[in-house]
Design a binder for this molecule. Structure first.
Ligand code: SUG
Length: 424
């Protein structure tokens, strides 16, 4: 079975805004209350998708759920039509209201953990939808994500979709952002590394060990191919709220900051013993702060048709000369990464979401790809149509005051209808 990787990006929704909702996420705190530019944000995301399509890679898309979401308000006792209860909630509890408006489903790396078919006992691709239990605005995504995964990957001969884990402090799960697959090639059996956070006094550890263990069990990963590695507490304290802020793996290459994991040296040795041809590219000449600010490690690392690898980097890596020098050293080094593609995803970056956060990687055989709902796979025509919808229906700018204006809610509904009609 020949397997290659498809990337599914979250289309950035029309209510994209900066509400400072994510404790421990430096960029989210820094930009709280600033104006956002949803149209530009979505077009930046689409442009990134196009860059990958132009490299000959398979590109899919997840659609954003309608925001602000009113289901929670009904659940907690508000009564009336949408406009009435949203207006009331905005008056009663602005913090809660902001959670209802978040466009956070854009960060598809947190949508689910994906176990590749060669790694699972039953030979299917497993999706374990993430519960995102640590933060309310993100938890609100879990149910719609599960539904969307069921729609896109409905063929149960190839795919198994699992419900999000139960919520509660023991089971907080933030999906693929804390999972790395290391393998000699996408088609071969891989080592599944689950990176979890341990209790620390500064910021919440958003991926719990028990959650990762449950995800591995549900995904039917063979136990000798499953490792659980603790994230470095210092990295979490400095703003690496997910592992993908300090590490990225692709096939047999691991690009990581030197302080990404606890006991990093030992783990690297163990991976080297396990995976033939494993190439660790460990960066120790920039600090954790520089890593978090530039999001160098939140790059997408992809295999191209000629089997070399490319890094899809956020343009912020160019802001710090030391980081840019590191990029050039990586590209010129003795490893398969020989291309740097710099993309502009600044609107997402200002909320702590770089290129890698915006996509869910799905390893697929040719027949599994054919079994995917093709409406969610982009070609040039579909990509252009999405750009057109964004141009026509996404607000140009949102300030904190706009967020509570019924006109914005109406325009979000119009955008949602336009998208769902497009999908048919
Ligand atoms: O969960 N930001 C997201 C960013 C997620 C990035 N994903 C990965 N690293 N894979 C988060 O912290 C900020 C929302 C706000 O403040 O309005 C936010 O949710």
């Amino acid at each position: 079975m020949i397997v290659s990787e498809a990337n599914f990006d979250g289309l950035i929704g029309p209510t994209h805004n900066y509400a400072g909702l994510s404790l421990g996420n430096v960029a989210s705190a820094l930009h709280a209350g600033q104006a956002s530019y949803p149209r530009q944000a979505a077009l930046q995301g689409l442009q990134k998708m196009k860059s990958l399509m132009d490299m000959g890679l398979t590109q899919g898309v997840f659609l954003p759920p309608l925001r602000p979401v009113t289901g929670l308000l009904h659940h907690i006792g508000y009564k009336g039509d949408d406009k009435t209860i949203l207006t009331q909630a905005a008056k009663d509890d602005r913090q809660l209201f902001n959670n209802l408006c978040s466009a956070s489903s854009m960060w598809a790396a947190n949508a689910a953990t994906v176990i590749a078919a060669p790694d699972s006992d039953d030979g299917r691709v497993h999706f374990i939808a993430a519960n995102l239990a640590t933060m309310l605005h993100r938890h609100l995504e879990a149910k719609t994500t599960y539904n969307q995964l069921n729609q896109i990957f409905s063929n149960s001969c190839f795919f198994a979709i699992h419900h999000p884990l139960p919520c509660g402090q023991h089971f907080s799960d933030e999906g693929a952002a804390n999972h790395m697959r290391i393998t000699s090639a996408h088609s071969n059996t891989g080592l599944n590394i689950f990176v979890y956070g341990e209790k620390n006094d500064v910021f919440p550890a958003r991926q719990k060990l028990r959650a990762s263990q449950a995800v591995a069990r549900l995904g039917e990963v063979k136990s000798d191919q499953t490792w659980f590695i603790p994230q470095n507490k210092e990295a979490i304290a400095k703003g690496a709220f997910h592992n993908d802020v300090v590490a990225v793996a692709n096939e047999y290459v691991l690009l990581a900051h030197a302080e990404a994991f606890e006991n990093q040296g030992e783990w690297i040795d163990r991976i080297s013993q396990k995976i033939d041809g494993f190439i660790p590219v460990i960066i120790d000449d920039i600090t954790l702060e520089q890593a978090v600010k530039s999001y160098l490690f939140n790059s997408q690392l992809v295999t191209l048709k000629d089997r070399t690898m490319a890094l899809i980097l956020p343009r912020e890596v160019k802001n710090d000369p030391a980081v840019w020098e590191t990029v050039n050293r990586i590209i010129g080094g003795n490893n398969p990464i020989n291309k740097a593609v710099v993309v502009d995803v600044r609107e997402s970056m200002s909320n702590g979401g770089g290129p890698a956060c915006l996509r869910l990687r799905v390893p697929l055989s040719k027949s599994a790809l054919a079994a995917v709902d093709q409406r969610y796979i982009l070609n040039n025509e579909r990509w252009e149509k999405l750009c057109e919808l964004v141009e026509n229906f996404w607000p140009e700018k949102i300030t904190p005051d706009d967020l509570v204006a019924p006109e914005l809610w109406k325009s979000a509904v119009r955008a949602h209808w336009a998208l769902t009609s497009w999908l048919g």
